[in-house]
Design a protein around this ligand. Structure first.
Ligand SMILES: [Cu+2]
Length: 73
């Protein structure tokens, strides 16, 4: 399976706890290999194999944040 990178622009993170919680939620998704969440930019980078973009987006929404944009390549 191909390794893909999905980059999300996220609204609503305010502190390190937000970052940690989101990182854990994303890392728990099936197929996710690596997660980087940056508080300053609101950017989350998810390296995964076969995880649907919609699944990743939903996980962020479920954590209580807004997804401004999402790009998979
Ligand atoms: Cu917070």
């Amino acid at each position: 399976m191909t390794t893909q990178k999905t980059v999300l622009s996220i609204d609503g993170m305010t502190c390190g706890h937000c970052v940690k919680g989101l990182e854990q939620a994303l890392a728990a998704l099936p197929g996710v290999k690596k997660v980087t969440v940056e508080l300053a930019t609101g950017a989350a980078t998810v390296v995964h194999e076969g995880t649907q973009e919609a699944t990743i987006t939903q996980a962020v929404v479920d954590e209580g944040y807004d997804v401004r944009s999402v790009l998979t390549r």
